[in-house]
Ligand binder design. Structure first.
Ligand code: ADP
Ligand code: MG
Length: 700
């Protein structure tokens, strides 16, 4: 081990001013075990203490004020919960009241009359005077009198605060540590990158993230540390992708017999340029002799099915089989219907296997998959079971709504013990580029970013509940023109009963308002047979309005339905609203989406509704969703390692991420094993990261 490791691995209790008791606290509360951990416990914001304010200049608009002055008399006023200590504080330009509701006895004892203090806090104007409640109060010293710093605010816990470990205490420890650490800190990025992106050195960045001299210094420190974090995140993902490619050979699919026949005689429409581009990318992958691991992203209705089908033909043309896995039974069913329509034209044997497939049927399918007479199988997780064996599985297509675990992907790989099947992951949930790069950084990514020609963009409007009569009038007109309507209600588990009541009330009110119109109703509490019956009536255009919960979100394709009304739209997330809207706009007619809400709306809700009304572009919507919710809340990110980002923010740092990824790609392309002298810093930092992870797994 190098000297460097030794220093940063030093147990935190050995730092001056910490000691065994505080060390236990830091271990427990903040997972800080070593010097290295403390240095990486970054502040989440900084307070501007660079300026002093005068009492005469205070306004309530100031988020916080810093004042030098003298403490005058104080008294205790009020009773019970209102009991408080009020002290008069003056700087010669006016008087300010300092107020404490808590710790009264302690403060009363420790305050010193006529002593000089530095006060910091949010000023409020009340009863003709300015006051600060629970201010920070420090005796004036030659040090702090100068001001001029930005003070770090660290993540803390209640327990720490109670034990007097606050941001200042952490800052003091960090300063002590930094002073000793400087000679041990090694640069982790190569000079070329520092130069190219004008990044400050590691030492400078660490110093200034904790103790910035100015806002500019802080900004540079942040940029440098974010770049470093994202650079190593991408470097490792790309490295593992390369490793996978080099380690795992793939079958070479170069014959195009069925592909040609389908293309020349059975193609139901011209492919969009985006579909063609993606098919080229896939075909190129399948001919390299390396295993394909590709993500196909395409908005609802962008035409992924035909791309998936033509890809399976490439596998079939080389006498291998293909499987297609969907997350739910309804979706598996829909994919099966879609693919079968094409497969039948070519006389291909395609089957479906789900949890509800009967035993007898199941046995036949198992047999046909083993002897190779069944060429395509569509299904759910049932496909993963060990009894499902193939003669020669060449391709797996995974349709995922949420990210399948790596373990599940590995199970599919293992279905061919000679050579891993190629993998194509499809998703209809558009993911912002930044998120895709980190979530799926180990996959190659293809995007269908264009809808088939002739689609009319769906018109989306927001209406208040009070305008229901007008909305119903509009629905009546559309129904008179022969169209069908969806009315969707939220259904969230915690409030299931209430929601079901909402749905029923809604249904009654629709029934009253449209006495002459046949209706369908659909919700999760219905028996499958009843659901199917209601759905079938709507599909056959026997009913005109479908009142439903979000069960219709997936798996329904009724081109004649041209209006989507979303009730209580404020209760849906952006991704869900976009998915729901995707149920209409499937036919030639102009389609509409009407988002109904109450008057009272939060700012975030307004932003969501405004976004839906402004754009149909799923990627744009996903981008706003990321801004509003942050990466942690987006579906499927839990198991992805995204949480490991300490300082970079995927919602904000897209530009840095792009640069970091481009750099990582360029470096690995030139030097995949990182053996060149110019990449020494990278190699040794990667070793350190690995080392730290091993240590960590030993601890936890
Ligand atoms: P998704 O990407 O949501 O799975 P689908 O594959 O179901 O989309 O396609 C949506 C609809 O668009 C289907 O009815 C399909 O037949 C049609 N479609 C797909 N590609 C084209 C195209 N290039 N031109 C015209 N229609 C297309
Ligand atoms: Mg689809």
């Amino acid at each position: 081990m190098t000297e460097r490791n030794n220093f940063f691995d030093t147990k935190i209790e050995f730092l001056k001013g910490v000691g065994p008791q505080r060390a236990v606290l830091l271990n427990k509360e903040l997972a800080i075990f070593t010097y290295g951990d403390l240095l990486q416990h970054y502040p989440f914001r900084h307070e501007d203490r660079s300026q002093f304010h005068r009492i005469s200049e205070l306004t309530e608009l100031l988020p916080a004020a810093q004042i030098k002055g003298r403490l005058k008399e104080w008294t205790i006023v009020g009773e019970g919960a209102k009991k408080r200590l009020v002290a008069q504080f003056t700087d010669g330009t006016g008087t300010l009241e300092l107020v404490w509701f808590q710790g009264i006895t302690w403060f009363e004892k420790s305050l010193r009359r006529d002593a000089e203090y530095l006060v910091y806090g949010k000023p409020a104007f009340f009863g003709g005077k300015y006051s600060i409640t629970h201010p920070e109060l420090d005796p004036l010293t030659p040090e702090n009198e100068k001001g001029g710093t930005w003070q770090p605010v660290y993540p803390l816990t209640e327990t720490l605060r109670k034990r007097f470990v606050d941001s200042k205490a952490i800052a003091r420890m960090t300063r002590t540590l930094l002073e000793q650490a400087i000679p041990h800190i090694r640069e982790t990025l190569p000079d070329a990158l520092l130069l190219q992106y004008r990044l400050v050195s590691k030492v400078e960045a660490l110093w200034n993230i904790h103790m910035p001299q100015s806002h500019a210094h802080l900004a540079q420190a942040l940029r440098r540390l974010k770049f470093e974090e994202l650079f190593y995140n991408q470097l490792r993902l790309i490295k593992s992708k390369l490793l996978q490619k080099n380690e795992y050979p793939g079958q070479v699919f170069s014959k195009v017999h069925l592909v040609r026949e389908f293309y020349d005689h059975h193609l139901p429409f011209d492919l969009t340029n985006a579909q063609k581009k993606v098919l080229h990318e896939i075909r190129d992958d399948l001919r390299t002799g390396k295993q394909m691991n590709r993500l196909l992203q395409g908005d609802v209705g962008s035409g992924k099915t035909i791309v998936a089908f033509i890809t399976t033909l490439m596998a079939l043309d080389s006498d291998t089989q293909a499987c297609f896995m969907a997350p739910t039974e309804i979706l598996a069913d829909q994919h099966y219907q879609g693919l079968k329509e094409y497969a039948d034209r070519l006389g291909i044997n395609i089957g479906k296997l789900t949890g509800s497939t009967r035993k007898k049927e199941r046995d036949v399918i198992h047999e046909q998959l083993r002897d190779g007479s069944m060429q395509i199988i569509v299904g759910t997780h049932a496909l993963l079971e060990d009894v499902v064996q193939f003669k020669d599985l060449g391709l797996c297509i995974i349709d995922e709504q949420h990210r399948f675990g790596v373990a599940q992907r590995a199970k599919l790989w293992a279905k061919n013990d000679q050579i891993h099947p190629h993998i194509l992951v499809m998703t209809a949930t558009p993911i912002p580029r930044t998120l895709a790069m980190t979530l799926y950084g180990d996959l190659d990514i293809s995007v269908i970013d264009e809808l088939p020609a002739g689609r009319k963009p769906i018109k989306t409007v927001h209406r208040y509940d009070a305008h229901r009569t007008a909305v119903f009038g509009f629905l009546r007109e559309e129904i008179a023109k022969g169209r069908q309507v969806y009315m969707v209600y939220p259904l969230i588990e915690e409030s299931e009963k209430m929601d079901l009541k909402d749905l029923m009330d809604g249904y009654e009110s629709v029934a009253r308002s449209f006495p002459e119109v046949p209706l369908s109703i659909l919700h999760g509490k219905m028996k499958p047979k009843d659901k199917e019956y209601e759905m079938a009536r709507f599909v056959k255009n026997e009913t005109k309005i479908m009142v439903a919960t979000t069960v219709i979100e997936v798996g329904v394709n009724v081109p004649n339905a041209s209006v989507m009304v979303v009730e209580n739209a404020e209760r849906f997330g952006l991704a869900q609203l976009h998915q729901l809207r995707g149920r209409v706009g499937r036919g030639a007619e102009q389609s509409f989406c009407i988002l109904m809400t109450d008057f009272k709306l939060s700012q975030d809700t307004r932003r969501r509704l405004e976004t839906m009304c402004r754009t149909n572009n799923g990627f744009e919507i996903a981008e706003v969703d990321l801004q509003l919710r942050g990466p942690g809340d987006l579906s499927g990110t839990q198991q992805s390692g995204l949480m490991d980002l300490l300082i970079a923010d995927l919602a904000k740092d897209g530009e840095i991420l792009k640069a970091a990824r481009a750099s990582a790609e360029a470096i690995l392309e030139k030097d995949p094993e990182l053996v060149l002298p110019e990449n020494t810093a990278i190699r040794s930092h990667l070793d350190n990261l690995r080392q730290a992870e091993t240590n960590w797994s030993r601890i936890s």
